[in-house]
Write a protein that binds this ligand. Structure first.
Ligand SMILES: C[S@@+](CC[C@H](N)C(=O)[O-])C[C@H]1O[C@@H](n2cnc3c(N)ncnc32)[C@H](O)[C@@H]1O
Length: 421
């Protein structure tokens, strides 16, 4: 057999190898080896890397995907998903102050009210991310419709709620993956009804649902429990998709003192009046057996949860300043660090708005950890094609290489769904 040297490869093919290895974020050598090991399948000449040693960690991390960011706030989801290869195609957030921050950080002005956006105007995407507000659903409405023998799918049950908008986008756009985040008590909200409706709705839409409460304290020095919901379209991943939420990082918990400024502005120190009021309030509640009203944080521990109302008095997370000085509240930049946001992102709104925004946000490093697990599932269940698309592996028999190198998926083949990159 004659030896094939690199110089024998036509320039056109050489350029294609460079382009493909670049888009798959792998070396030319790895790409060519994978190509040689692959089988060439099907009527559509689609090459599938069946025998490639799938998912060495680096390759899994390199799977690029697209996502949309709904109820985006200041983009905590976006930062996390971009860190694991996501590219944001569309954002919706209606609060003008959050929009201002989002534009300053990402160079894009979000679209406004999700209720006024037609799903058809949202680009196709691989992952739908949303930290949606929690609203109750009317169980009475469901029972009445039930007794009338009428259909009570998500339209009837959730009509008028923001979750309905979300479910409609999911129904129409059918993203292969959904990633939702909410407060922990979403699951107990309205006696469990809210969670039951959400879960049932997503399952009716043919998504396999995983949910877990994750405490941010393993990643940032803040006790912050949030429920994360990850769904996989059964039409793409089948019935037995495997997914696991991330394990918290090993090692000691992060310490609150590490996010503090060494020389904070004096304006964050509580006035005698406010400090006196908080102590009186706490004493009254303690007398009634209700515990403390304020949270004096242990510098070597983790803080309470930062809430959107922190701007009011800062009472849930106070920083002790020794015997001779009143405690202080955190500055907005310290709140950014407490939430795990990069602290080089500028604060472009008032302190009040900034506190609100950080208190409402999701911790990006947790989204990153959950996103990495999603990417791992993509790597396990989907196969990369040389054109960078992800495709459901097929079981068809290998056929010899013919003609084209990198055709796109065409209707009528065994391709379940390709993902955009
Ligand atoms: C819990 S926060 C999500 C925060 C986000 N995950 C972050 O990291 O900043 C919910 C967001 O939904 C936005 N929102 C509520 N109703 C909306 C609507 N109808 N259209 C667009 N955004 C909306 C709120 O302004 C708020 O910023």
């Amino acid at each position: 057999m004659p030896t094939l040297l690199i110089r024998d490869i036509p320039d056109e093919l050489n350029a294609w190898i460079t382009e493909q290895s670049h888009s798959l974020r792998t070396s030319r050598k790895e790409f060519v080896l994978a190509l040689l090991r692959s089988s060439w399948l099907g009527d559509d000449d689609t090459p599938v890397f069946e025998d490639v040693p799938v998912a060495p960690a680096r390759a899994v991390e390199a799977i690029p995907f697209t996502f949309i960011d709904l109820f985006a706030g200041i983009g905590g989801m976006r930062i996390g998903l971009e860190r694991v290869g996501g590219r944001c195609l569309f954002t919706s957030e209606w609060d003008r102050f959050a929009q201002k921050t989002y534009e300053a950080w990402f160079g894009e002005m979000p679209e406004g009210d999700i209720r006024e956006i037609r799903p058809a105007d949202i680009p196709d995407h691989d992952v739908l991310a949303a930290g949606f507000p929690c609203q109750p659903f009317s169980i009475a409405g469901v029972s009445k419709k039930n007794s009338l023998g009428r259909d009570h799918g998500f339209r009837d049950v959730t009509q008028g709620t923001l979750f309905f908008q979300l479910a409609t986008v999911i129904e129409i756009k059918r993203p292969p993956v959904i990633l939702l985040e909410n407060v922990k008590n979403l699951r107990s909200h309205d006696g469990g009804n809210t969670w039951n409706v959400i879960r049932r709705t997503l399952e009716e839409l043919e998504y396999t649902i995983f949910d877990n409460v994750v405490d941010a304290a393993a990643w940032v020095p803040q006790h912050r429990e949030r429920v994360f919901i990850v769904g996989f379209d059964r039409r793409v991943f089948g019935e037995s998709v495997r997914f696991a939420f991330p394990e918290p990082p090993a090692g000691p918990l992060p310490r609150f003192r590490d996010i503090l400024d060494p020389r904070p502005d004096r304006k964050y120190t509580l006035t005698d009046h406010l400090w006196g009021y908080l102590q009186d309030y706490a004493a009254k509640h303690k007398a009634k057996g209700n515990g403390f009203g304020f949270g004096m944080t242990n510098l070597d521990g983790v803080s309470r949860t930062l809430s959107a109302r922190y701007y009011k008095d800062g009472s849930e997370i106070l920083v002790p300043q020794g015997e001779t000085r009143n405690p202080r509240r955190l500055s907005p930049i310290e709140c950014a660090r407490l939430m795990g946001f990069p602290d080089n992102l500028p604060v472009v709104v008032s302190d009040t708005q900034a506190y609100r925004q950080f208190g409402n946000a999701v911790v990006p490093v947790i989204v990153e950890a959950v996103g990495r697990q999603i990417v791992s599932t993509l790597g396990e269940h989907l196969t990369r094609r040389p054109n960078g698309c992800l495709i459901k592996p097929t079981t068809r028999q290998p056929r010899p290489l013919q003609g084209k190198h990198c055709p796109t998926a065409s209707p009528g083949t065994e391709t379940k769904r390709s993902m955009t990159v």
